[in-house]
Write a protein that binds this ligand. Sequence first.
Ligand SMILES: *[C@@H]1O[C@H](CO)[C@@H](O)[C@H](O)[C@H]1NC(C)=O
Ligand SMILES: *[C@@H]1O[C@H](CO)[C@@H](O)[C@H](O)[C@H]1NC(C)=O
Ligand SMILES: *[C@@H]1O[C@H](CO)[C@@H](O)[C@H](O)[C@H]1NC(C)=O
Ligand SMILES: *[C@@H]1O[C@H](CO)[C@@H](O)[C@H](O)[C@H]1NC(C)=O
Ligand SMILES: *[C@@H]1O[C@H](CO)[C@@H](O)[C@H](O)[C@H]1NC(C)=O
Length: 482
Amino acid sequence: MKLIAAFCLLALFGLTNADIQADKLYELLKAKRSRNSPVVNTWSATDEATNEYSPVYIPPQDGLAEQDKIGSLPGQPSGVDFNQYSGYVTVNPTAGRALFYYFVESPTDSSNKPLVLWLNGGPGCSSMIGAMSELGPFRITNDGKSLFRNDYAWSNVANMLFLESPAGVGFSYSNTTSDYDHAGDKNTADDAYIFIVNWLERFPQYKTRDFYITGESYAGHYVPQLALNIVFNNKKTNQTIVNIKGIAIGNAWIDDETSEKGMYDYWWTHAVNSDATHDAILKYCDFANETSTDMCDKSTDKAWDEMGNVDIYNIYAPICLNPDLRNASTTGSINDFDPCWQYTLVNYLNNSAVQKELHVKPTSWDVCSDVIPGWNDSPVTILPTIKYLIENGQRIWVFSGDTDARVPITSSRYSVNALNLPIVTAWRPWYLNKEVGGYLEAYQGLLLITVRGAGHTVPSYQPERALTLFSSFLGGMLPPSS
Ligand SMILES: *[C@@H]1O[C@H](CO)[C@@H](O)[C@H](O)[C@H]1NC(C)=O
Ligand SMILES: *[C@@H]1O[C@H](CO)[C@@H](O)[C@H](O)[C@H]1NC(C)=O
Ligand SMILES: *[C@@H]1O[C@H](CO)[C@@H](O)[C@H](O)[C@H]1NC(C)=O
Ligand SMILES: *[C@@H]1O[C@H](CO)[C@@H](O)[C@H](O)[C@H]1NC(C)=O
Ligand SMILES: *[C@@H]1O[C@H](CO)[C@@H](O)[C@H](O)[C@H]1NC(C)=O
C-alpha cells in the first residue's frame, strides 16, 4: 500500500526529462494506477456524523510567540517594517511530532487584515517554496545568500502563515521516525488541524480573525481536506473555533480522471505532442479506471518523451542549464524569475546561520521530503469535498497559471465542469494596468480564474497579477473587467 521512491510535483531537481518524470505527483499517480495502489477512497460528508470531538490543545502556548520572533534573517535588506516569526508547533507530544511554520505579518494595519495559511504540494514538498520563491515578502538572490524585497508580497494584504507539512517535510519532524511511513492525506489534514488550533493559542490575537487557506498543486488535496476538517470540527468543538471563510487553490490536482485527461489534451494543443500520440492516448487510456493498461502506459510514456527537456511547470520559461555556472553576482529582480530557484532555495535554507535564526534544530533542508518513503492514501477525487465546502458557505476560488503543463488549465476546467455548477458570470477577461491579466468564469459557489503568462507557481512568474487575484479573493470581488 505504499509508494516506492521519492516523487515530487515541485522538486524537479533533475534537469532532464527523465528526472522530471521522477516528480512526486508522477510517482503517486503511477502508484495509484498500479496493483500496489494506496487507499483511494473519497472522504465523505458522512464522516461528520461520526466520532466525537477529541480536544487537541497541547499546552502551554503562552509566551512562545515572543520566543519565535525572528530578529533579522541573514541577508535580509534594510528597512524591514513587519514582524516575522518561526518555530515548531508540537502536534503529538507522545510521538514527539512537530510542524514548522513561518509567519509574516502585514507591514500596515496587520490587526485588521485576515490570516491566510499557504500550503505547497508534492505530496511531501515544503511550503517554504511559496514563502521564498513565490509570494512571500522576500526572494533570494541567486548566490543563495541575500534576500530582496518582493513588492507584490501577499503579506501586503494579509498576515501570511506558511506551514511545512506533514512531518518529514522541510524542518517538520517526528522523533518517532515510523511516523514517516504513515504519511498520507488523512494524517496530513489531521496534523494540520491540530497545528492551527495550537498556533491560534500561541497567537490568540488571531483567534477570531477571518481565516483562509490557499495553496497550489497537490495542495489541491491538502487545502480542501484541511478546510473540511475545520468545518467538521467547528461544529463539534468546545475549543477554539477556526474562523474559516474560504479557500483558493492554484494549478490544483483535484480529480484524477479529469486532471490526467486535461494534462494530455493541453500537451497536444500546445504543440508538445504529436497527433498520433494524442490519438493513441484517447484510444487506449481510460482515466476513469484506476488500473492502467500496457498500451495506455506506452502511449503516455511516448507523450513524456515527445515533450523533450522543457520546464513542464512553465513550458515557455528558460530551464536551469547549469546551476554551478550561474553568475553569482547578479542581484535579483522580482520580474525575472530564477530558473535555478530550487538550488538557490536549498543554498539559503540549508545554511546553519539561517536555520539558527529560524529557531530550528540543524536539518539537511530539502525542497521535498527525503524521509517520507511513500504516500498511503490519496482519494481519486476531491470534488465531493469541494461540493461540501460550497454547501457550507465557504468561498472557493480555483486559479490557474495558463503556461503550466503539469496541472494545466484544461485539467482545472474539466474538473470544475464535473461539478456542474450554474454559471453566474460568463467567461470574460480581467485586467491589470490595461492588459489582460487572465480570464474568469464565476459559478454558483466557485470562481475559476486564470493568470495569463504564469506557470505552475503562479506568483513566481506573474507576481503583480497574482497579488491582484489574491486581493480580489480576500475582498470577495471579481478583478476589474477593464
Ligand atoms: C524530540 O526529541 C528531542 C530530543 O530529546 C527533544 O528536545 C524535542 O523536544 C522532541 N520533540 C518533540 C516535538 O517532542
Ligand atoms: C470539553 O473539553 C474538555 C477537555 O478540554 C472535555 O473534558 C469535556 O468533556 C468537553 N465538553 C464537552 C461538552 O464536550
Ligand atoms: C479497468 O481496467 C482493467 C484492466 O484493463 C479491466 O480489467 C477492468 O475491466 C476495467 N474496469 C472498468 C470498470 O472498466
Ligand atoms: C556576471 O554578470 C555581470 C553583470 O551582468 C557581468 O559583467 C559579468 O561578465 C558576468 N560574469 C560571468 C562570468 O558571466
Ligand atoms: C545540507 O548541508 C549539509 C551540510 O553541509 C549537507 O551534508 C547536506 O547534503 C545538505 N543538504 C542538501 C539537501 O543539499
